[in-house]
Design a protein around this ligand. Sequence first.
Ligand code: HEC
Length: 129
Amino acid sequence: MNKIISLLILLFLFPVLAYGGLPESLKNGKEIYRAYCSVCHGDKGDGQSFVRNVIKTPPLDFTKKELADQFTVERMRWAILLGKPDTAMPAWRFELTALQISDVITYIRKEIMGLKLTAPVSPEPAIYK
Ligand code: HEC
């Protein structure tokens, strides 16, 4: 009987625990976005920034639904790590840690792209956690 109760408690707690990191990641991700990304991508992530007027390839509008369909977490992670060739998008791998990159992806996906997330994007591979 005790085992069943423990199991029920665990089952109940699991989503709560899994969700626990999300507000924290969103908070950190927002700070990182404001500090490093919004200058080009715009405060709302729609690419409307002063910088868009002075670069050849303007930043994308992250709020467009088509992008949410195309942009996997991995695609975003690689673009942020390595930058995007032939555009002004810089590489951030020497500036931001793997966790910071994950947090900014979490923030963009949830708050800007409007995707439903139940847990934060986690850094890969697991050794960087
Ligand atoms: C100097 C301006 C600039 C800054 C700062 C900047 N970006 Fe970009 N970013 C761009 C441009 C330009 C593109 C290319 C748009 C295109 O391909 O149409 C881009 C593209 C991207 C893409 C899409 C890449 C793809 O797969 O096509 C992502 C994701 C992204 N940026 C995230 C970020 C994040 C996160 C930050 C902050 C850590 C950041 N950017 C900072 C200019 C910038």
